[in-house]
Design a protein around this ligand. Sequence first.
Ligand code: PMP
Length: 354
Amino acid sequence: MSRFLSREAGRLAPYTPGEQPTDAQYIKLNTNESPFPPSPKVVKAISRAELLKLDLYPDPTCGTLHRAIAAYYGLKPENVLAANGSDEVLAFAFRAFCGEGKGVAYADITYGFYKSQAALFGLNATVIPLREDFTLNVDDYMDFPGTIVIANPNAPTGMTVPRTDIQRLLEANPNRVVIVDEAYVDFGTESCVPMIFRYDNLLVVQTMSKSRSLAGGRLGFALGQPELIADLNRVKYSFNPYNINRLSMEAGAAAMADKAYFDACCASICRTRAWTAGELENLGFTVLPSQSNFLFAKSDRIGGEELYRTLKKNGILVRWFDSDRIRDYVRITVGSMEQMEALIDALTALLEAL
Ligand code: PMP
């Protein structure tokens, strides 16, 4: 660090993203991307005409994209704010709904970026442990006065919180915002989106990085009542009004419109997830019940770190977290059937060699 670093920046807790190797050809199962390319309609939407407009700023109101997202969910564009990945949406929400005297609460085992955001904005963060079996007990949050953020399904466990539990939280204190991060909701979890009409303290955050095969496009969005969305816009227009580039805007609108492709991709991931979980269990792994596009698994024959390193040597990247309670586990993205077959073959050989 330089001698110029501010005291505030010195207190940051930067997030470590999963490896994005450029040196070798890996079977990449470490950052929960989709194994499928973007919809053919997305590819068509990035026309030469659109490329030639890159000399002009994009629409700061994201009109086309907001309309496409709203149409998919039967909402109004005023219910939507899109941003440069759901990480940016979360940043806007943390800035908008937390601050002096209003902290944020999240689980001990959850998406690591919440901690980074809390540090970035100097927030008072309350970390609430999941139960021993990694389920989330909403009763532990009932008395918390600040903003609550819950990943549903959770990462890296893949486990869900029932919608009725979220409803109880929303009703227990209508004067606090509950952010439900639904990055992985499309792989089998009941979404809270229909509840935004009823609760003005509910903000749902989703991403196009997983189920819509657009991780490289960097697109996420928030859904909520117009007042909450206006608050997010206040932050956006104080930070980066042109936060979504022209090409991603077109790509995102086209992806939202191609429901058939989206449904087919999600269904395929869910089938492959069930097959992979079964095979892992046959190999003696404990596999948490995942409703996402990844599996969190451990073997009592090999530790998480060793498993991660050995798989990497064999050309397969998974994610291992050097964190309390989950060191024995690895997180495995559900890829294509061929990728998962290669993973199971590698694991079979690896366990036989022990
Ligand atoms: N929320 C959760 C729970 C995630 O796992 C991720 C992906 N790392 C994100 C949000 C952010 O996704 P993106 O910024 O690609 O939309």
